[in-house]
Design a binder for this molecule. Structure first.
Ligand SMILES: C[S@@+](CC[C@H](N)C(=O)[O-])C[C@H]1O[C@@H](n2cnc3c(N)ncnc32)[C@H](O)[C@@H]1O
Length: 270
């Protein structure tokens, strides 16, 4: 039996967390080893139990998007439309980079590409862009958009597989990360940095739109896990150096002031 005082503390904590989630306009759920669980959701956070909550209200009116359900994988979340991270378009800064012609033109890779807005945006300027996501439903949404808009799919390839196990035909010239690094479990970040090294060609460029850059976690335990420019530097150094690292001026609604653009080049071996 639980002591009444313990029950009161748990209830107060749960109420406080719920109110924080609501105040931030975020969905709720819990991920444990890739699956969300009701138990973890009820009792908050531990190192193996990651409360899922997303993010700003980027695609309005996302309040109408239901919260994540229990026992849910990424694919479950996509299938049920519980995808508040989905902003409905590429971030403004990516569109600006495309328009100002400052991106490498060769092969690009986009991990955790979701419904693939960034694949289509990048396909305007790169020769080929490969998106990778675990969720078949996200790919179907991408395929439907391509067909509906009569877009030429020849420059895009969407693979449903685990980014960490992906074996490319050839190295890439551009690695674009937006809302993937913050979505993976923190223990996998060094694997992410290793993959950057493995997948980018000599002379290739990593471009990260670092989000959410916040002092306090949006949601204790994440995701989205709090990010910072220093954190990304520490993952990439000493092999990579930042050629640009600054806050962005324009973001999706709800994400203003929480995004930094980083551009990275492999450091010359000395
Ligand atoms: C937060 S969502 C971001 C989606 C997209 N970048 C966007 O901004 O809309 C993270 C995505 O990463 C995918 N994902 C998570 N782990 C993955 C992995 N190991 N390999 C490939 N995709 C993964 C999820 O299915 C999900 O679509």
């Amino acid at each position: 039996m639980w002591h009444p005082a313990a029950i009161a503390v748990v209830a107060a904590t749960a109420t406080m967390m719920r109110d924080e989630w609501r105040a931030a306009g975020m969905s709720q759920g819990i991920i444990r080893e890739g699956r969300y669980t009701r138990q973890a959701r009820a009792f908050g956070v531990c190192s193996r139990c990651l409360p899922i909550s997303w993010m700003g209200e980027a695609r309005l009116p996302s309040a109408s998007v239901p919260a994540m359900a229990v026992n849910m994988t990424w694919e479950d979340a996509w299938r049920e439309g519980r995808t508040r991270w989905d902003a409905g378009s590429s971030p403004p800064v990516l569109r600006r980079l495309v328009d100002d012609g400052s991106l490498p033109a060769g092969r690009a890779i986009v991990p955790g590409c979701g419904t693939g807005y960034d694949l289509l945006t990048l396909s305007r300027v790169v020769e080929r862009v490969v998106g990778i996501d675990l969720a078949p439903t996200a790919k179907r949404a991408f395929d439907a958009r391509v067909e509906e808009r009569g877009l030429d799919p020849s420059r895009t390839q969407y693979l449903v597989e685990d980014f960490f196990a992906f074996e490319p035909e050839a190295p890439f010239d551009l690695f674009w990360d937006y809302t993937f690094l913050c979505a993976i479990e923190p223990e996998r970040r060094t694997d992410w940095a290793r993959r950057v090294d493995e997948l980018l060609a000599e002379g290739g460029e990593l471009i990260t739109l670092i989000f959410p850059v916040v002092d306090q976690p949006i949601n204790p335990g994440g995701p989205p896990h709090p990010m910072s420019p220093d954190l990304v530097c520490s993952l990439l150094e000493p092999r990579w150096e930042a050629t640009h690292l600054e806050p962005v001026e324009v973001s999706h609604p709800g994400r203003e002031g929480k995004e930094w653009l980083g551009r990275w080049r492999r450091r010359a071996q000395g």
